[in-house]
Design a protein around this ligand. Structure first.
Ligand code: 5AD
Ligand code: SF4
Length: 529
């Protein structure tokens, strides 16, 4: 389906789609999005999880012609926006795009809710507690809307892609003016205009993935590190995960567009980029005209004059020899790999549809360690997947030790409506799940503290990011292996990579002393030696 067809489909109207009377009699749990259509007069396209699950064969078009329509260019003059972001780096980066679009419409950023003329909640649907937080915040915005009826409140991101969420907002949160999905970000100018001039709530959520928009403006957060999308969507369908439904099918950006973006960032002085994708190393598998995979992109990144290149998040199944060979070259490709395992039990992995066994994962780890001897591995783990036995959990514990992860994001399984796992019966009590999480965290913390100890007395490279949150007289930065380092130094070195000698290792951070000599010439010019 192309852009025009999607827009056309969006234009459903009250008269054609609703039987108000019969829907009013239904309890909320039985209502569908159709039942709420009478709230809209303009744009209305509800999310549909069955459509979102399907993978259509149509080609994805790449557009290079995004521009803000003339009549919307100054719509934000003398107005301010605030974007609150929840969830992953992909969302952070989407918020940078939304901010870029809003700034081209004349809006200015603010961090004060009271000053804002538009507030966008860019939401995450990965676990229930993320959703609850968002609903809490939406509720809290009601008072602001009463004070300032011209305020536009918008809900975007992964939660908007879910029918139940949209229904709940329409039913209970009339203060929300606009709901738009992850595939509709490029339509923000038109949607804001509709929200401003329509008396009804505006909803535009395309369930099927959109095309790729290359030249969307981006207001990046800071001038030191940058996110770079290399692909969108996920086709893995892990049984617990909502992402394939909220982010659509896998679509890779063309290599030349990525290379050009990274070159441009390097020229602007950025020190570090993170290549982003929900399933970043399946990059290129959808190209029909070229044989160019993730490993090839990594090699091309290594030729660009930018000091640090990271990537998030790879899938073990797609970690091929080309990627390992590229990473083994080193250069600006850092030797820290975040490699989500989710469970150490082959049976749980099978039920999660992870498409690898414990043994295959461990073989991959051995291969990576052989090719990149100094590699640091971190991971994601879910405990308490339906019917996980004590023995299966112990297999996760033993795998964590065997791999020697230096840190891990650990989660209790959270059922997500519309995913296959949500329909599985579960005999594991919450108390047991919590206890497992606690034990796992103890182990991970111990391994993290041990890995920190190894740095004591060593001189390591630190990218200085700014003042420490706790003490403005202390600077904070990250090592190549993503460890936080705090040390004293002049603010003039913020944004630079400097040598720091580690004096003390803590569980989550390192203390150090700067080794790079800084010759102060005058207040404006500092010379490094
Ligand atoms: N419950 C708990 N954790 C989840 N994750 C994804 N879906 C769920 C869920 N339903 C975790 C996985 C993934 C990380 C981003 O979030 O570990 O790697
Ligand atoms: Fe979710 Fe699995 Fe895709 Fe990761 S690979 S986004 S966990 S479905």
């Amino acid at each position: 389906m192309n852009e025009e067809m999607r827009k056309e489909q969006s234009k459903l109207t009250t008269e054609t789609s609703t039987d108000k009377k019969s829907s009013a009699d239904k309890p909320l749990s039985e209502k569908t999005t159709e039942d709420f259509a009478h709230y809209f007069q303009t744009t209305y396209q509800p999310p549909n999880i069955n459509k979102a699950r399907k993978r259509y064969r149509e080609d994805i078009e790449v557009h290079y012609d995004f521009s803000i329509p003339e009549d919307m260019k100054s719509i934000g003059a003398d107005k301010k926006f605030l974007i609150r972001t929840f969830g992953c780096q992909m969302n952070e980066h989407d918020s940078e795009t939304m901010a870029g679009i809003l700034m081209q419409m004349g809006y200015e950023a603010t961090t004060e809710e009271k000053e804002a003329d538009i507030i966008i909640m860019n939401t995450c649907a990965i676990r229930e507690n993320a959703e609850n937080r968002v609903f809490g915040e939406i509720g809290h915005l009601k008072a602001l809307k009463v004070e300032n009826p011209n305020l536009i409140i918008a809900v975007a991101g992964c939660m908007s892609q879910q029918e139940t969420v949209v229904n709940r907002i329409l039913e209970k949160h009339q203060q929300v003016d606009l709901i738009f999905g992850t595939h509709n970000i490029h339509r923000l100018p038109q949607l804001i205009q509709e929200a401003m001039f329509s008396k009804a709530q505006v909803v535009e959520v395309w369930s099927q993935e959109g095309d790729i928009y290359e030249n969307l403006p981006k207001a990046r957060h800071g001038k030191i590190k940058a996110w770079v999308n290399i692909m969108y969507g996920c086709d893995k369908f892990c049984t617990y995960c909502i992402v394939p439904m909220t982010r659509g099918k896998e679509r890779s950006r063309r290599p030349e567009d990525i290379i050009q973006e990274v070159r441009h960032l390097a020229a602007q002085g950025y020190q570090e980029i993170t290549l982003l994708g929900q399933n970043v190393n399946s990059y290129g598998k959808d190209f029909e005209d070229i044989d160019y995979l993730f490993g090839d992109l990594l090699k091309d990144m290594n030729k660009i004059d930018i000091p640090r290149v990271r990537f998030m998040t790879p899938h073990p199944r797609d970690f091929d020899d080309r990627a390992i060979e590229a990473l083994a070259q080193g250069g600006n490709l850092l030797d820290h790999i975040h490699l989500p395992v989710q469970s150490g039990s082959s049976e749980i992995l099978r039920r999660m549809n992870r498409k690898y066994t414990r043994e295959e994962y461990l073989d991959l780890v051995r291969k990576i360690k052989a090719a990149i001897p100094n590699v640091t591995l971190t991971t994601d783990i879910i405990v308490g997947f339906p019917n996980e036995t004590d023995e299966q959990f112990e297999e996760t514990m033993s795998l964590v030790e065997e791999v020697g992860y230096e840190s891990a994001y650990t989660f209790i399984y959270s059922p997500r409506e519309g995913t296959p796992a949500a329909a599985m019966e579960d005999n594991v009590p919450m108390e047991v799940k919590k206890e497992r999480l606690y034990r796992l965290n103890e182990l991970v913390n111990k391994q993290s503290a041990e890995s920190m100890q190894e740095f004591e007395g060593k001189v390591i490279k630190v990218l200085v990011e700014g003042e420490s949150k706790r003490d403005p007289n202390v600077l904070a930065g990250y090592t190549e292996k993503s460890k936080v380092v705090n040390f004293k130094g002049p603010k003039s070195i913020i944004g630079q990579i400097v040598d720091v000698k580690i004096t003390k290792a803590k569980t989550w951070s390192l203390d150090g002393e700067i080794v790079t000599k800084i010759t102060e010439v005058n207040e404006d010019a500092k010379i490094f030696t």
